[in-house]
Design a protein around this ligand. Structure first.
Ligand code: RAT
Ligand code: ZN
Length: 430
C-alpha cells in the first residue's frame, strides 16, 4: 500500500469493524427504567449539567427541583440556543440528532420528543448500535443497587447485545453503609469485615457470578487509592474479590483517580479528578500474577506511567480514555503514546455512555480522532521500510477494538449469555 492510500484504508476498516464497547452505564431492556434513552436523558447527561452551571445563573437547588423535561428545556436553552454547542458533550448531542435525522438548531425539543415517543426500544437499540458501529456493550451492574439487585434475583431476561459486569463500588468503597445488606441475605459479615467476613464476601461474589455471568468485576477508586494498606477495602480485594475473579477466570477492572463530590451540590456532576499513586497497580499486578487487571486512570498525568506498567506486566490491560479524558486533544495524545509503547496490545476506548444514543457520537468521535493517529503509525512504518497491507490494518483494528478485550476477558465474554462451568476445586468460604 502506498502512503497516500493508508488514511482511506484506515478509515474504511474503522468504519466496517463492529466494536465491542467495554464499559458503559447502559442496561439490557429487562432491567427496565434503569436503561436511559431519548432526548430528555441525552440533554440532562451529567456532563451537560456541569456545563449548564457555567452558562446559566440557575442555582443547583433550583435546577434539581425541576422535572426531567423542565431540566432538559433549561439546558437546551442555555447551551444550545443561547450558545453555540462547541464543547465535546454538547456537540455530541448535535451529532446524535443529526444521525437520527432530527433538526439540530430548533428553538425547543418538541420534534425530538415526538420522534422518541414513537420508537420501540428493542428495534431502536439495534438501529443505534448500527449507527454507532458496535455489536455489543458491557453494562455496569451493582448487585447492591436497591433498584437493580431484585431484578437480577428474579431472573432478568438476558440479551446477547449486553454483557453484565459485577460492579463493587458499594462493597469496596462504602462497606459501612452496605455490610448489613449482605448480613440480611445470610452472609456472616460484620462491620469491620473481620473474621469470616472476607470468605463470606467471596461466597457472595461467587453466587453473583453464577447468577449474572459477568465478563469482569469492576470498581471505581479515588485518587488516594493505596494497595497494600490496612483497610477494609484492601482486605476485601485480597481475600474476596481477587480469589473470586480467579475462580471465575474473569478480570478485575480498576478505574482509578476520582475525587468524589468536590462539589456535592452538583450531585453526579460534582466529582473531579486527582493524580493517583500507580505503585498500587504495580503491587497488584506483581503480587497476583494469576489475576488479570483492566485498568483505566482518570488523570492525564498518570497515563504515561500506566503504559510503562503495562510493559512490565502482561496481566495489565490499559483501557479507555475515561470521562474528562474523552476529548479529541487528549484521546489523540494518549493513543499515540500507547501505540508507540505497546503496539496494539491495549484497548483504546470505551464510551462510558449513560444514555443509549450517546454511543452514536462517542464512537463517531473515537473513529474520527483515531483515524489520523493510526494512519500516521502506518505511514511512519512505510517510510522506515516495511510495506503495510490492508490485512495488517484490518487485523490491528479488530484487535484494538474487539479482540484484545475478548481475549483478555476470556471465559467471561464467551459465556456471558450462557452458563459458564468453572473449577470450584480451590474455593473455601468458611
Ligand atoms: O463517566 C461517568 O459517567 C462517570 O460518572 C462515572 O460513572 C464513571 O464512568 C464510573 O464508571 O465510575
Ligand atoms: Zn463509567
Amino acid at each position: 500500500m502506498k502512503a497516500a492510500e493508508v488514511r482511506a484504508a484506515v478509515e474504511d476498516e474503522l468504519k466496517t469493524t463492529q466494536f465491542v464497547d467495554v464499559h458503559t452505564h447502559l442496561f439490557m431492556p429487562s432491567l427496565g427504567a434503569l436503561g436511559l434513552w431519548g432526548i430528555d436523558e441525552l440533554i440532562t447527561y451529567h456532563y451537560l449539567e456541569a456545563e449548564l452551571f457555567r452558562s446559566s445563573p440557575i442555582a443547583p437547588e433550583e435546577y434539581f427541583a425541576l422535572s426531567k423535561a423542565q431540566k432538559a428545556d433549561v439546558i437546551w436553552r442555555a447551551l444550545f440556543v443561547e450558545n453555540a454547542p462547541v464543547s465535546e458533550a454538547t456537540r455530541g448531542v448535535v451529532a446524535v440528532l443529526n444521525a437520527l435525522g432530527l433538526p439540530t438548531d430548533s428553538a425547543d425539543l418538541n420534534e425530538a420528543r415526538e420522534f422518541f415517543r414513537a420508537r420501540k426500544l428493542d428495534s431502536h437499540i439495534d438501529e443505534v448500535f448500527q449507527l454507532a458501529g458496535i455489536s455489543e456493550v458491557v453494562m455496569t451492574n451493582d448487585p447492591l443497587d436497591p433498584e437493580e439487585g431484585p431484578l437480577w434475583e428474579k431472573g432478568a431476561a438476558r440479551d446477547a447485545r449486553f454483557h453484565p459486569v459485577l460492579r463493587l463500588d458499594r462493597i469496596l468503597n462504602k462497606w459501612a453503609e452496605h455490610w448489613r445488606i449482605l448480613a440480611s441475605k445470610g452472609y456472616a459479615v460484620d462491620e469491620n469485615a473481620s473474621g469470616r467476613s472476607a470468605a463470606q464476601v467471596r461466597r457472595f461474589l461467587a453466587d453473583w457470578v453464577e447468577r449474572m455471568q459477568p465478563v469482569y468485576m469492576a470498581v471505581s477508586l479515588p485518587d488516594t487509592f493505596q494497595y497494600p494498606e490496612e483497610s477494609i477495602r484492601a482486605r476485601l480485594i485480597r481475600e474476596a474479590v481477587l480469589p473470586a475473579c480467579r475462580d471465575a477466570n474473569i478480570p478485575m477492572s480498576l478505574m482509578i483517580g476520582v475525587r468524589y463530590q468536590v462539589n456535592p451540590a452538583l450531585r453526579l456532576a460534582g466529582d473531579a479528578v486527582g493524580k493517583a499513586d500507580l505503585r498500587s497497580v504495580e503491587r497488584l499486578c506483581r503480587d497476583f500474577p494469576d489475576n488479570r487487571f483492566l485498568i483505566s486512570v482518570l488523570s492525564r498525568e498518570n497515563q504515561h506511567e500506566l503504559v510503562v506498567y503495562a510493559r512490565k506486566f502482561r496481566n495489565l490491560m490499559p483501557f479507555g480514555c475515561w470521562w474528562f479524558l474523552n476529548n479529541p486533544s487528549i484521546v489523540e495524545e494518549i493513543t499515540r503514546e500507547r501505540l508507540e509503547m505497546l503496539g496494539t496490545t491495549f484497548i483504546p476506548q470505551h464510551s462510558d455512555a449513560r444514555v443509549l444514543e450517546q454511543v452514536i457520537y462517542k464512537w463517531r468521535n473515537t473513529r474520527r480522532t483515531l483515524a489520523p493517529v493510526l494512519a500516521n503509525a502506518y505511514s511512519l512504518l512505510i517510510e522506515d521500510g516495511r510495506s503495510v497491507t490492508r490485512d495488517d490494518i484490518r487485523r490491528d483494528i479488530v484487535r484494538l477494538f474487539r479482540g484484545n478485550f475478548e481475549q483478555f476477558a476470556g471465559a467471561g465474554v464467551k459465556s456471558s449469555a450462557s452458563v459458564r462451568t468453572g473449577s470450584t476445586a480451590d474455593r473455601t468460604y468458611s
